[in-house]
Design a protein around this ligand. Structure first.
Ligand code: 5GP
Ligand code: MN
Length: 336
């Protein structure tokens, strides 16, 4: 078989530009579009799916946006769904016409919706995780993009779709959070942000619910979590690790907006390059969030079966907290 320009031997577009062009064609012809975010969706995943969903719906397609779990999206991200496109995973067709997977580093990150990758008539992946092996018929996969919304923004330009306030708000939410408040954003991402602001994004209205709005009752539990935090300056090859545990009882009392902020406080510890938060999601199961300044935590996470980015990664591990921390330390020593 001879590969056509921009296509690899398997027929999958082989450059980002070719993939963006192929994706625009898919979206231009699809009458029914299903967009999915990863489990425990964040602003980049849901913002990407909703921005594209809004555009596709306005073009007359039947559109739904979903994710496998939990049952409800984070409260702070609900305002992004300006057209009411979000549906429960049970409402996703058994064999979608076009499946668009946003910010999903591996098929397993789709949870119970991963089977739709097999049944969909065609599928489109849009992601920026370096650990992504690549899946789906068309793959916009670019680890140099600071966020998946950056790739969606490129796709919308290719489609000639106007970026108005509702679309811009979805894109901005993903951009500002995945770049940790533009700390990891390059010049092009800042130009994109400028365009989104010109489209009318209300920055405070987007950001305050996501990271700056906690009930007073959270402070007491947060104090307990920070009080029990531990510092190991010898970990991660001497770069240092600060860690904290959020027990299931505390998880049950608070929203994801509260719990996910813990790692952002821990990562400010001067003595540690790496911060890790163990969030209890089962009797012996922990969802681990890692952040770092220089150590490649993506490599450590992938070693343990998780994934993510060099400065922000995660993994789900079984055991008691000491066992989980020991496994983290071993993986970080190798990466440090
Ligand atoms: P967060 O700590 O914000 O939940 O996640 C940080 C990064 O790690 C994200 O890019 C996310 O995709 C990835 N990540 C978090 N938890 C897991 C996990 O359990 N498995 C995998 N494969 N990736 C994860
Ligand atoms: Mn992302």
């Amino acid at each position: 078989m001879t590969a056509t320009a921009g296509r690899g031997p398997t027929g999958v577009p082989s450059t980002t530009a070719a993939a963006v062009a192929a994706a625009a064609e898919l979206l231009a012809t699809a009458r029914d579009v299903t967009l999915v975010a990863h489990v425990q969706p964040d602003a980049d995943s849901l913002g990407s799916a909703l921005a594209l969903g809004i555009v596709a719906a306005r073009r007359g397609a039947t559109v739904r946006v979903s994710f496998a779990s939990p049952a409800q999206p984070p409260e702070s991200l609900r305002p992004l769904d300006a057209l009411g496109l979000l549906v429960a995973p049970e409402a996703v067709p058994a064999a979608p016409e076009l499946l668009v997977m946003c910010d999903t580093a591996a098929p397993e990150r789709l949870g119970s919706l991963a089977d739709r990758l097999v049944t969909a008539r065609s599928s489109l992946l849009i992601d920026h995780h370096a650990s992504n092996p690549g899946f789906g018929d068309v793959r916009i996969l670019d680890p140099s993009a600071e966020a998946t919304v950056v790739l969606v923004h490129r796709l919308l330009a290719e489609m000639g779709a106007p970026v108005d306030r509702p679309v811009a708000t979805c894109l901005y939410a993903g951009l500002v959070t995945d770049t940790v408040g533009f700390r990891t954003a390059g010049p092009a991402a800042h130009r994109m942000a400028a365009e989104l602001l010109e489209a009318g994004v209300d920055v405070e209205a987007v950001l305050r619910p996501i990271s700056d709005d906690h009930p007073f009752t959270w402070f007491d539990d947060l104090a307990g979590i920070l009080h029990a935090a531990t510092l190991d300056v010898t970990a991660a090859g001497g770069h240092g690790l600060v860690s904290a545990v959020v027990p299931a009882a505390v998880m049950g009392r608070h929203r994801v907006e509260e719990v996910d902020g813990v790692v952002d406080l821990l990562r400010t510890a001067s003595e540690a390059d790496v911060a890790a938060v163990l969030k209890q999601v089962g009797p012996r199961r922990w969802s681990v969030s890692m952040r770092s300044r220089t150590v490649d935590v993506a490599t450590a996470a992938v070693t343990l079966g998780g994934g993510g980015h060099p400065r922000a990664a995660g993994v789900t591990l079984d055991g008691d907290p000491d066992e989980v921390l020991a496994r983290l330390r071993a993986a970080l020593t190798a990466a440090g």
